[in-house]
Design a protein around this ligand. Structure first.
Ligand SMILES: CC(C)(COP(=O)(O)OP(=O)(O)OC[C@H]1O[C@@H](n2cnc3c(N)ncnc32)[C@H](O)[C@@H]1OP(=O)(O)O)[C@@H](O)C(=O)NCCC(=O)NCCS
Length: 170
């Protein structure tokens, strides 16, 4: 299968924060943001694989900055690395100042999706060819994140997570 670049899956979703989507402090409810990130990541995974895709794990979410009612929220997602059937998606969340239009990063996350056939059986996806320095950094780290996620899910033995172990021993 021909390799694709992360930019081929780049997905940008902008939307408002409305009253029914906030917590008692009038900030965006965390679960709502998770769902919005899942939607953006799912489009990125679909663009990369051109297959049905399902979320298999949410590896990392950091709610760094509250997102106030009325904000314009922009979610950017792209595939950072593809393995056999699974794809890691890197997600950034931005909020936009109403007057200046300046963007501030509010959150980031890493989701993993699996491409499946009509029966829900995993199928192979194209490899990724990172281009920019940032994409290369995400690509390298994705292997360690995959190993950590699989170890925690009890799908990989810790002693098999070679690259992850090297992080602590080198
Ligand atoms: C995703 C699903 C198809 C995987 O099926 P499976 O029989 O577990 O298949 P495998 O164990 O071969 O895993 C498939 C891929 O997912 C990866 N994977 C599985 N669990 C993972 C985890 N916790 N973290 C990262 N990757 C994971 C595997 O490493 C494998 O990747 P690879 O093909 O690139 O090597 C199946 O678990 C499923 O349908 N889950 C429900 C998905 C869903 O409904 N999501 C929405 C949430 S409500």
């Amino acid at each position: 299968m021909k390799a694709k670049t992360p930019s081929e899956s780049h997905t940008i979703l902008s939307d408002l924060v409305l009253p029914g989507e906030t917590n008692p402090l009038n900030n965006l409810f965390g679960g709502e943001l998770l769902a919005r990130m899942d939607r953006a990541a799912s489009i990125a995974a679909r663009r990369h694989s051109r297959r049905i895709v399902v979320t298999v794990s949410v590896n990392h979410v950091a709610f760094k900055k509250a997102v106030p009612l009325g904000s314009v929220v922009t979610i950017e997602a792209k595939v950072s690395r593809a393995f056999k059937s699974s794809m890691e998606i890197v997600i950034d969340v931005w909020i936009e100042d109403r007057e200046s239009g300046n963007r501030t990063k509010a959150n980031d996350a890493i989701y993993t999706f699996v491409a499946v056939d009509d029966m829900g059986i995993p199928v192979s996806v194209p490899p990724i060819k990172p281009e920019t320095d940032e994409e290369k950094m995400h690509y390298d780290a994705a292997l360690r994140r995959r190993q950590l996620s699989l170890v925690l899910a009890k799908k990989m033995k810790p002693e098999e997570a070679t690259e992850l172990k090297a992080l602590f021993t080198s």
